[in-house]
Design a protein around this ligand. Structure first.
Ligand code: ZN
Length: 487
């Protein structure tokens, strides 16, 4: 006798006390079905006719193979096996055409997906916001998988510098609308897919209207304002959100706004001020990284549509491309969340700029970078340039300047007139206590490169309010104080 694990699809689990898998012992498929019938007569009723034959609208897969193709009657089982039940969906979705069966064959033969999953994909609609680094692989895989309707939201034009990561577009599409280029490419890939172009910039004024009615939304944006608007709109509309974010060599993915799960705001309550949140354009990104993260977003979307597997609801997947590591962290819905909490206060979309201004002016400890314990922020190493720093100083913002250069360099030029203290890189670790974690601290070196490393180090030690002066002291001399010597 061998153990047979019978995988029960969600619609039939009420007959087996909610279990996704039941175990029976058998030496043949016939015997396994008999054992199911004896132990779970109500389930067997749905699978088998009175004379014990498999009902025509039920598919059974033994170890991933369709038993109808395996001459079920003669099928013996001599080692542990997996039997997967795949009923056709209610409502009589039209069968697949011959061409569809060929096109999707390699995924149709996955028992977890099967005919029913394919029909669900065809009936589904997915809105991809942003036809950039993340949206490109996500949209390509979704179209290839046979998602019936795909919407592409993007107000930008294809630029040459997009092409190292935005694989929807190619050299000939430089200068054209991203939505137009995306639609052409997706239709070329799969003419059965209906692609809808929405060549607009998503914001608080139009997000509810644009997102309404889609089954799943894929967040392929690269900036905070849109991210918060998408999250809030998805929560308000009850649409699950396949989230992805990238920064330099790090990526994140999750599923937000799904029933019972957390949303993006549960994790990051408020956006950081715009000046402190570099985008890809400023910070750089390895081209293949959005390929990984966008593909994960497509995978999660397909899982949400077909109901297979365990979606990333309540988990944040972290991708470390340089270290070659994936980690996943448990995240929870915050009962105090302003949009998805028990008593939400945010019931309409909020303009991000308002949040920005507030965060910049309110100098309370802990804001503006909420860092959940145990992981780094998607835009972990914020920076200001010389003009932004001058503006902060002119506004009277409380901050400390730290010169991380060698003493010899410090002797050549310094910002002592602004109260800057000298704390060379190599002494940083032993003089950590000189940095007040509650006060905005701006590190600088000659050009901003070494101080960025110092910022990275301090963030890893939990100093969330440390920023980099991009351009360094030379940038300050160039843009603000021409009397300062440069070297
Ligand atoms: Zn929330």
């Amino acid at each position: 006798m061998a153990e047979v694990r019978v995988h029960v699809p969600a619609p039939l689990r009420s007959h087996v006390a909610g279990e996704p898998t039941i175990l029976v012992e058998a030496t043949s498929l016939h015997m396994a079905l008999g054992a199911v019938q004896a132990a779970y007569p109500a389930l067997a009723d749905r699978l088998l006719t009175d004379d014990g034959r498999v009902r025509p609208y039920v598919n059974l897969f033994l170890n991933g193979r369709d038993v109808r193709l395996l001459e079920a009657d003669k099928l013996t089982i001599d080692q542990p096996a997996d039997l997967t039940i795949v009923p056709s969906i209610a409502g009589g979705a039209p069968d697949l055409t011959r061409e569809e069966r060929l096109r999707y064959h390699r995924q149709l033969i996955l028992p977890e997906l099967g005919l029913e999953g394919q029909q669900r994909l065809r009936a589904a609609s997915v809105l991809v916001v942003g036809a950039g680094g993340l949206g490109s692989p996500a949209a390509l895989y979704l179209a290839a998988a046979g998602v019936g309707r795909i919407g592409i939201v993007d107000g930008d034009i294809v630029e040459l510098s997009n092409l190292h990561r935005q694989i929807l577009h190619d050299t000939t599409s430089v200068g054209t609308r991203k939505t137009t280029s995306a639609k052409a490419r997706l239709e070329e890939l799969n003419p059965d897919v209906e692609v809808m172009e929405i060549p607009r910039r998503l914001d608080a004024s139009n997000a509810l209207e644009i997102l309404d009615g889609w089954d799943v939304v894929v967040d392929g944006t690269d900036n905070f304002p849109t991210r918060y608007v998408i999250n809030d709109a998805c929560v308000l509309l009850g649409i699950p959100l396949a989230y992805g974010a990238i920064f330099r060599f790090d990526g994140q993915a999750s599923v937000f706004a799904a029933s019972g799960g957390p949303c993006y705001r549960c994790l990051f309550r408020d956006p950081p001020p715009a000046a402190l949140a570099p985008s890809c354009a400023e910070a750089g990104v390895l081209g293949a990284l959005p390929g990984i993260v966008g593909s994960i977003q497509a995978t999660e979307t397909i899982k949400l549509i077909t109901g297979m597997g365990t979606p990333l609801i309540g988990r944040l997947l972290l991708v470390d491309a340089l270290g070659g590591e994936f980690r996943s962290l448990e995240i929870r819905r915050d009962p105090a969340c302003v949009v998805c909490g028990d008593t939400p206060t945010l019931t309409d979309l909020v303009d991000f700029e308002a949040f920005c201004a507030e965060s910049l002016d309110v100098d309370e400890p802990g804001a503006p970078f909420p860092i959940p314990a145990g992981f780094q922020l998607p835009v972990p190493f914020p920076a200001v340039d010389a003009l932004e720093l001058k503006e902060m100083i002119d506004r009277g913002k409380r901050l400390v300047l730290v010169d991380v250069r060698d003493p010899a360099e410090h002797a050549m030029s310094d910002l002592a007139n602004l109260g800057a203290i000298s704390l060379p890189m190599e002494e940083l670790e032993e003089r950590l206590e000189e940095i007040d974690p509650l006060v905005e601290t701006i590190l600088f070196c000659r050009t901003g490169r070494r101080s960025m490393e110092a910022v990275e180090f301090l963030h890893s030690r939990g100093y969330a309010r440390v920023l980099n002066l991009s351009g360094g002291i030379n940038g300050w001399a160039r843009d603000v104080d021409p009397n300062l010597p440069t070297y």
